[in-house]
Design a protein around this ligand. Structure first.
Ligand code: FE2
Ligand code: FE2
Length: 208
């Protein structure tokens, strides 16, 4: 049984982005503005969360293990993220269904296709052999945890409270603050123990 590598985890995320974008485009073709708004929201959170996840988990590894080349690649990637975040920021002031809204989405996704391809073709093929399979799988697990940075569609009765309730709040938060918050989740081992315990839990409601 083999775990996902970092490359696979990142690539899967990129595909998820493209899928949400396709759904958005389909909603545009159908002239369904509420659906455009929903898919754009899903897409923008996915982009923001993915970018922050890479900045926390992936780019520091590139800087640490790939020397000057790694620093250069990481800086270049961060600049491109900054550009995407600025576009998302702008998007928040526009109305779904408007021509400008659509053109910003197109611009962001065009830039991200190129950026994501660079990560898949240049960055990760350099990084993976440098860190080895085990570290790659570990990084993939950490990266997967960044899903918690974005709000999920919670059951209405369960309050859904990541610290960033709006996309703007998230985009404005300093990366150190996000990192602290991110680190405050249980470790993988702690989660595993809790899940094991859950299996043997026999809750007796009557005994209160
Ligand atoms: Fe990226
Ligand atoms: Fe990426």
């Amino acid at each position: 049984m083999s775990q996902k590598t970092l490359f696979e985890a990142i690539k899967e995320d990129h595909e998820e982005m493209y899928e949400y974008h396709d759904q958005y485009k389909r909603a545009c073709e159908a002239n369904d503005v509420p659906a455009q708004a929903r898919w754009a929201r899903q897409l923008t959170w996915e982009i923001a969360r993915h970018a922050v996840g890479e900045e926390i988990v992936v780019y520091p590894l590139m800087e640490k293990h790939l020397g000057d080349k790694g620093k250069q690649l990481a800086n270049h990637d961060r600049d491109e993220h900054l550009n995407a975040k600025e576009q998302l920021y702008h998007l928040e002031s526009l109305s779904p269904g408007s021509a400008e809204f659509d053109s910003v989405i197109t611009k962001v996704m065009d830039a991200l296709h190129h950026h994501n391809d660079d990560e898949e073709i240049k960055d990760l093929p350099l990084l993976e052999p440098a860190i080895g399979e085990e570290a790659s799988e570990e990084a993939a697990l950490s990266f997967k945890k960044t899903k918690k940075l974005a709000p999920t569609r919670a059951h209405p009765s369960i309050p859904n409270k990541p610290p960033f309730e709006t996309l703007l709040g998230f985009l404005e938060a300093p990366i150190d603050k996000i990192k602290d918050w991110f680190a405050s989740f249980p470790t993988d081992d702690e989660m595993k123990d809790a899940k094991e315990e859950l299996k043997t839990r026999d809750h007796d409601a009557a005994s209160g």
